[in-house]
Design a protein. Structure first.
Length: 56
């Protein structure tokens, strides 16, 4: 995955189960901490969405 909206659609509208991979690429090593923090934020939001979708 490289787009937030694609992940949102998969979690909201798909009945498929599986694993989705989120690409985290950055050429500037000085931004590594920023990119990691952003990724943690996104994954946590998707986990909440996944729990909401799974519970009905």
């Amino acid at each position: 995955m490289a787009r937030d909206d694609a992940m949102d659609v998969l979690l909201n509208e798909s009945d498929l189960s599986g694993v989705a991979y989120w690409e985290v690429l950055g050429a500037d090593p000085t931004r590594a901490d920023e990119l990691f923090a952003d990724t943690v934020h996104r994954v946590n939001a998707w986990r909440k969405l996944e729990e909401t979708c799974a519970s009905g």
